[in-house]
Design a protein around this ligand. Structure first.
Ligand code: 1GP
Length: 253
């Protein structure tokens, strides 16, 4: 099984380096805006492009990925809301299991149905414990997943969920307040989770300013994901990238 991107996640974490991923929602871009995002992403030393969304309506996912791949070497990682977003032209797939919810379809059901297709895609598969945290208002992911998010002030629940995910064999934990969340995840919760797991921790949802990305990294996030705020203001790519890369965490042995 391929491991290049995951190895990169591990190496970055081991070396105390924080990473920044720009989330591209295929529904919200066209060829011109992808070209702009890629140019700014390269200039700002963005580490990854995540592509996908809880609900993708348009059918140009493959085109969108191919355009990114043709114009830069930044890895493209699928962040799919459903098996229909599995696309072999990307570099890796976050193979999400919604461990914060109790909807069996998103824990294992859809995986079973799509397993042969996912395997045939040739993608690097990264088993990811996906945790939705209450972001202050219903988001697309909280509605579509039909599962209650973890309350924002219940850090212990988040911690135990992440620990269980790691012990079940997940290679990553992704804590998400949901796209466009009113309230991003608290540093207190990130710190609690990160102190109790060894696998890389991705944090996203509702991050709109570089300071928040910086504080999230300081609290233990290894990869910061931003989508919405960048769609509104492209200058944030460089500001958030610089903020994330300025954080040096404790180097693990
Ligand atoms: C959503 O974590 C991502 O799943 C990013 O959220 O669009 O709010 O930045 P935003």
């Amino acid at each position: 099984m391929k491991q290049a991107i995951y190895q990169q996640f591990r190496d970055q974490k081991k070396g105390g380096k924080k990473s920044f991923a720009v989330l591209i929602d295929p529904d919200k871009v066209d060829a011109t805006s992808i070209a702009d995002l890629v140019a700014l992403g390269v200039a700002a030393k963005v580490d990854y492009f995540f592509v996908g969304g809880s609900l993708v309506i348009s059918s140009h996912l493959d085109e969108c990925i191919q355009q990114i791949k043709a114009s830069c070497t930044i890895p493209v990682v699928l962040f799919p809301g459903s098996p229909s977003q599995v696309c072999g032209s990307a570099d890796a797939l976050l193979y999400l299991s919604l461990i914060s919810g109790r909807n069996p379809e998103l824990l294992i059901g859809q995986h079973v149905i799509s397993a042969p297709f996912v395997k045939q895609s040739g993608l690097e598969i990264i088993p990811t414990g996906y945790m939705v945290i209450d972001g202050g208002a219903p988001t697309t992911v909280s509605y579509i997943s039909n599962a209650a998010p973890i309350p924002a002030d219940k850090s212990e629940i988040a911690m135990c969920t992440a620990m269980a995910g790691e012990m079940l064999g997940m290679k990553l934990i992704y804590m998400d307040a949901g796209s466009g969340a009113k309230r991003a995840i608290s540093e207190q919760m990130i710190e609690k989770v990160s102190r109790h797991i060894e696998i890389p921790l991705i944090v996203g949802g509702g991050i709109t300013v570089p300071e928040k990305a910086y504080l999230n990294c300081k609290a233990g996030a290894d990869i910061i994901v931003v989508g919405n705020a960048i769609e509104k203001d492209l200058t944030l790519i460089k500001e958030i990238s610089d903020a994330v890369h300025s954080v040096a965490s404790k180097v693990l042995g």
